[in-house]
Design a protein around this ligand. Structure first.
Ligand code: FES
Length: 234
């Protein structure tokens, strides 16, 4: 859930703003990222060469809960480029306590099988894996939330959901989790500029302290991971 801001443009400063990326893997000394080339920033990143110096700021933000989870059933739900940070979470949990892997269930969804990221990584980790694609090219045809719902119907004892992906998916996952009374953490995708609370460009509408009230949370510092039930989804 934590992220780094990368200045993709180097010295040219075009584009001016850095881009946020969550980790695929990270240790105290290095990290790796997995991203799609979708715009000017990631196109420039794709041209980075070994030895280039890159401006990186991080780690930033508040990540997923990753302690005190041993006795729980951990359901990680990812879509698109929201999948890599869930691999990082699963790997971190397993590295800290190998016995926990039997409690980890991964649900991945994508439009097409070519977009189902990290499948091999999860298999290597030895966790349970459930796949879905919108077009049925791999796994169950349909949305990943139907896999999650089917699992929770069978057993939602001590379940806890973690999700990362496009906003409609996060909203749907959060609603499913709430239906079953299961706590769920979502890592939101919102536009970010500074990444450290200065520009207020990442404001996210969340429930306020009193019933029916709301406030705007700063996603880059208070999140990007939030309790799903606290977000006011449109
Ligand atoms: Fe600037 Fe969050 S990105 S305050």
């Amino acid at each position: 859930g934590q992220f780094v801001q990368i200045l993709c443009s180097g010295d040219s400063l075009d584009p001016l703003l850095p881009r946020p990326f969550s980790f695929l893997e990270a240790t105290t000394t290095d990290f790796s990222l997995l991203y799609h080339v979708v715009g000017q920033g990631t196109q420039l990143m794709g041209k980075f060469k070994k030895g280039d110096k890159v401006h990186v700021l991080g780690p930033l933000g508040r990540g997923f809960t990753h302690s005190g989870l041993r006795a729980q059933q951990l359901l990680l739900v990812g879509g698109g480029v929201g999948i890599p940070p869930l691999y990082h979470l699963a790997r971190t949990l397993v590295k800290a306590d190998v016995a926990i892997k039997k409690n980890i269930h991964i649900f991945l969804g994508a439009r097409h099988k070519s977009l189902l990221l990290c499948e091999k990584n999860f298999k290597k980790l030895g966790v349970s894996l459930y796949l879905s694609t919108d077009d049925g090219s791999k796994g169950k045809k349909g949305y990943v939330t139907s896999l999650l719902t089917a699992h929770l119907k069978k057993d939602h004892t001590k379940a806890r959901v973690f999700s990362c992906g496009p906003t409609p998916m996060l909203k749907a996952v959060s609603l499913v989790a709430s239906e079953f009374g299961v706590p769920n953490e979502v890592s939101v995708e919102v536009p970010m500029a500074c990444g450290f609370g200065a520009c207020l460009g990442c404001a996210l509408k969340v429930k306020g302290d009193t019933p029916g009230s709301h406030r705007f949370a700063i996603a880059c510092t208070e999140g990007p991971v939030f309790e799903g039930s606290k977000i006011l989804w449109d």
